[in-house]
Design a protein around this ligand. Structure first.
Ligand code: GLY
Length: 441
């Protein structure tokens, strides 16, 4: 029997766990989680709760259970070197080593890699370790984005027009970032529509999964603060309504070149997920950033559609035989909406903040899928634990009915919760299409 170790405790990992368990190999799942996800626990043969920084504990759990391979969900354990640590006890993983995970953990590493290997996709950018030269660079750009180098949970990127208005404020943000971090990255602000392209890589072969569009902002019509992601959708034609076939191909081509460059740069094969956050601009597809893992929520859009056995995919990634596998997805549309506590993303003194750990009741969600994120199962029911609580996914032949399925399920979840009713709707998608038409001229 194949024994698989899954590291992670969110809705993304619930979707991964489900894909593992669905395998015809009838694998046994062993889950290492920093806090108990009741849905993952239910699918697991054994669970260990612990810190993603405690690599000894992870190795012990893996050895005790005779694990064949590991799948790493979130970025923190990758950044801590969990893949290197498991490798030392001969357990391979779907996930990059610490050095290769810099693709996500160091924005400057990735920008410089693209420049060095002359890979298209970088915007105009510069990396600064002091304030010297920042003003001149910013003055030469129409709009700017400033960000620190390391992991920020998707919330550290500051965009002119969204998070601040003037170049003076941009300079002030750079100063603040440099007070806490050694490096600040300044990118030219790009105008366009974003898409997530989660690619599977064995180091030489890179395979794209259907593109997805995420919604980072907390409130309807992309208002409010950035979050980890409030929901996402994908189309039955494995494109997105505002994209062309060439856009998808461009994102994949960039990622294939990056995989090759990573090998040339480090001598290591990248085995895992290369999730490109791209933006389609008037001058083609540009790279916003890479993540070294599946997206959350985007994993919930693509993994339920997988027709190919996920354990076979994992083995092919590990063995470098992805070129021998047909990775296929159902031709279905998906809409994912995150149920969050009403106070999610709001200041701690906001009246809704008390909802963060409230009890919720889940009625019959009919054909929708539920993926548990930050929830705790107590004797008297299900409680939210201060972050995104449940991912609700509608899957159907077209976006309209997938959205309807997701909305129906949302209304079956009761408590002081909120979600974004606009995600996946015709109105919002038409806005994306119109925006892209305008950009392409
Ligand atoms: N969807 C954003 C992320 O996974 O980082």
């Amino acid at each position: 029997m194949v024994k698989v170790l899954l590291i992670g405790n969110g809705a993304r990992e619930h979707a991964i766990a489900e894909a593992i368990i669905r395998s015809q190999h009838k694998p046994a799942l062993f889950s290492f989680m920093k806090s108990n996800n009741p849905a993952i626990a239910e699918l697991s043969s054994a669970v260990r709760l612990g810190s993603y920084g405690n690599l000894n504990d992870i190795n012990t759990f893996a050895s005790e259970n005779g694990i064949d391979f590991a799948v790493i969900g979130p970025e923190d354990p990758l950044n801590n070197g969990v893949v290197d640590s498991l490798k030392r006890i001969s357990i391979p993983a779907v996930g990059p080593t610490k050095q290769l995970a810099q693709l996500e953990t160091s924005k400057s590493f990735t920008r410089n890699l693209l420049s060095k290997y002359v890979i298209p996709g970088n915007p105009q950018y510069r990396i600064f370790t002091s304030m010297e030269g920042i003003k001149d660079f910013i003055d030469g750009l129409d709009g700017v984005v400033v960000k620190p180098d390391g992991l920020t949970g998707g919330k550290g990127v500051l965009v002119q027009g969204d998070h601040f208005e003037t170049k003076g404020e941009a300079l002030e943000h750079c100063r603040e970032i440099l007070r806490e971090h050694s490096v600040v990255i300044v990118d030219e602000k790009l105008e366009g529509e974003e898409f997530s392209l989660q690619c599977l890589s064995d180091g030489t072969t890179v395979v794209a999964t259907p593109p997805v569009q995420d919604h980072k902002r907390r409130f309807v019509d992309d208002k409010g603060p950035n979050t980890g992601g409030m929901g996402s959708y994908s189309s039955e034609d494995h494109s997105l309504p505002f994209m062309t076939v060439a856009d998808v191909a461009e994102g994949l081509a960039i990622t294939q070149k990056v995989a090759e460059a990573l090998y040339r740069e480090t001598g290591e094969y990248y085995k895992g997920v290369m999730y490109g956050g791209f933006i389609i601009t008037k001058s083609g597809v540009k790279l916003l950033e890479y993540n070294a893992r599946f997206g959350d929520p985007e994993a919930m859009n693509i993994l339920p559609l997988l027709k190919t056995d996920f354990v076979d995919i994992c083995k092919a990634i590990i063995n470098g035989t992805l070129n021998q596998l047909d990775v296929e997805f159902e031709k279905k549309a998906t809409v994912c909406k995150y149920i969050v506590p009403k106070g999610y993303g709001l200041p701690a003194d906001h009246p809704d903040a008390q909802s963060m750990s409230a009890k919720i009741d889940v009625d019959d969600v009919q054909e929708a899928r539920l993926y548990y994120a930050s929830v705790d199962k107590k004797d008297d029911g299900l409680y939210m634990t201060k972050s995104r609580a449940i991912g609700v996914v509608g899957i159907s032949d077209d976006l309209e009915s997938a959205e309807r399925i997701a909305e129906r399920a949302v209304s079956a979840i009761h408590g002081p919760v909120d979600h974004r009713p606009d995600i996946g709707t015709k109105r919002l998608i038409q806005r994306r299409i119109d925006h892209m038409k305008k950009i392409r001229g």
